[in-house]
Design a protein around this ligand. Structure first.
Ligand code: AHR
Length: 497
């Protein structure tokens, strides 16, 4: 059956915040060390310690915002351990992740330098679980105070006289779990207290972020909104796509049984229900949608690759992960009235990474290619889309064959991202355009697909799953008739004159 989609080019529904295409980097496994930071003395080509190959790939993908230092690590991190001469920095054990030595060589200055290099916004996550109000207040002063103050002087003594601009600041992470096992009532009070001392210095304006619920903990959301909505600019939610039945048996990233394809995508689609329900709660306290919902941890979580440290969360990344990315990003776009940021976990070598490294080698994952293809949606106007889509399977297990999102950029170009969730068959799609004053003159397409449900790139074969030109369409009377390849993510670019 043909899927029918109508894009209403004259009905913009809001701006797709570029930060929906955001990322997350934690002191976990080989994300920071090896993945981003190799140190100035490394033989791996680097700029002031940051890998050149990784930095170039991230810039190309237009990374808009980067969250750091965690995750669970954030609520164990004491920022003063990571400043000053490297040889004097405290060596400690990363108790949460793999029990390895953390030498603190990557700290505040290195993170801020990385963001400057990538031209992305820093999003710093403060420590509530094991930190103090004073420690958090000092960090904000160290980062942003202009003039004479104890922390500004310390910053200058460490080589940075001028303050940085820091917009996004998180007050704790997963405080319902690794960040202190708190009840929402208790955390809501702590949030109110801690955020009081997260101050705006000079012209710097901080966007204060409260720790939101785990997945579908609607009670947490309700409590935080009720007790603290006046004090926050955003609240987070975390949801991971775990294909298996439990955290003990998540399932392998590659070589998985065929039925896990649909199970995984069904779980990824749950993001729609989650955002809708959390948004409905937020609407009661914030009908004008001032407060953002930040999905600041999302993505697939598989079993670690055999033979790797279980605490490093290193997993391969396949076309199935690419579909999860495409579907999730389409959902975030559609909710851009409330979802102001999303940060896939995690940037390099951890969970659903966009980049994997091994020594000096680097490989871009299928998920990277989705982010690269979708970057055209950043800051564009979300367009209203009507759709009539075939279902795959039956009853509660059914999933739509197609996931879609459309936007119009500043130059008036329309981009339509289309995922074919069917791993066995191509999908016929007719995309009609309504509300275009000018005639549609050209359509260009790019697609990402594979010949295997676990198709992926390796250090030996880096381009096995990479985007190619999409030509399987005809344009007849303003209607695009396309056949999307099985298990594919496609972006169409439409130019009108
Ligand atoms: O991303 C890995 C971990 O998942 C993060 O540290 C934590 O916040 C979440 O539980």
């Amino acid at each position: 059956m043909t899927n029918r989609i109508t894009v209403n080019a004259d009905r913009a529904k809001g701006t797709i915040n570029r930060n929906i295409y955001g990322h997350f980097s934690e002191h976990l496994g080989r994300c920071i060390y090896e993945g981003l930071w190799v140190g100035e003395d490394s033989e791996i080509p680097n700029t002031k310690g940051i890998r050149n190959d990784v930095a170039a790939a991230l810039k190309k993908m237009k990374i808009p915002v980067l969250r750091w230092p965690g995750g669970c690590f954030a609520d164990e991190y004491h920022w003063k351990d990571g400043i000053g001469p490297k040889e004097n920095r405290k060596r400690m054990i990363n108790t949460h992740w793999g029990g390895v030595v953390e030498n603190n060589h990557f700290g505040t200055h290195e993170f801020m330098m990385l963001c400057e290099m990538l031209e992305c916004e820093p999003y710093i996550n403060g420590n509530v679980g094991s930190g103090t109000v004073q420690e958090m207040a000092d960090w904000v002063e160290y980062l942003t105070f202009e003039g004479v103050s104890p922390m500004a002087e310390l910053r200058e003594a460490n080589g940075r006289p001028e303050p940085w601009k820091v917009k996004y600041f998180g007050v704790g992470n997963e405080n319902w779990g690794c960040g202190g096992n708190m009840r929402p009532e208790y955390y809501a009070d702590l949030y109110r207290q801690f955020q009081t001392y997260v101050r705006n210095y000079g012209s710097n304006r901080i966007h204060k972020i409260a720790c939101g619920p785990n997945t579908d903990d609607y009670h947490w959301m309700e409590t935080l909104m009720k007790q603290a909505h006046r004090f926050m600019d955003s609240i987070t939610v975390h949801y991971y796509t775990v294909p298996g039945d439990s955290w003990q048996e998540k399932g392998a990233a590659t070589g998985f049984p065929e039925d896990m394809w649909r199970v995984t995508l069904k779980k990824a689609l749950f993001m729609e229900e989650l955002i809708s329900k959390h948004s409905a709660i937020m609407d009661q306290y914030d009908p004008d949608k001032r407060i953002g919902l930040l999905v600041d941890e999302w993505g697939t979580w598989h079993d670690v690759e055999p033979g790797t440290n279980p605490g490093f969360l290193y997993q391969q990344n396949t076309i199935r992960d690419a579909l999860v990315a495409g579907i999730s990003l389409n959902i975030f776009n559609e909710h851009c009235d409330r979802v102001q940021m999303a940060n896939i976990a995690q940037l390099v070598n951890v969970l659903q990474a966009v980049i994997l490294t091994e020594g000096e080698k680097m490989v871009l994952t299928p998920t990277y290619h989705v982010f690269d293809m979708y970057k055209v949606h950043q800051d564009a106007q979300l367009l209203d889309v009507h759709q009539s889509i075939t279902e795959l399977g039956e009853g509660k297990q059914a999933i739509p064959q197609i996931s879609v999102s459309a936007s119009k950029d500043e130059e008036g170009r329309i981009h339509i991202s289309l995922c074919n969730l069917d791993h066995q068959a191509g999908a016929k799609v007719e995309v009609g355009l309504r509300g275009l004053v000018d005639k549609l003159v050209s359509v260009q397409g790019t697609t990402l697909t594979s010949d295997a449900i676990d198709g992926h790139n390796t250090f030996e074969e880096t381009d096995k799953v990479s985007p190619t030109e999409f030509t399987a369409f005809n344009l007849i009377d303003q209607v695009i008739h396309a056949e999307l390849p099985p298990m594919s993510v496609t972006v169409l670019a439409l130019t009108a004159e």
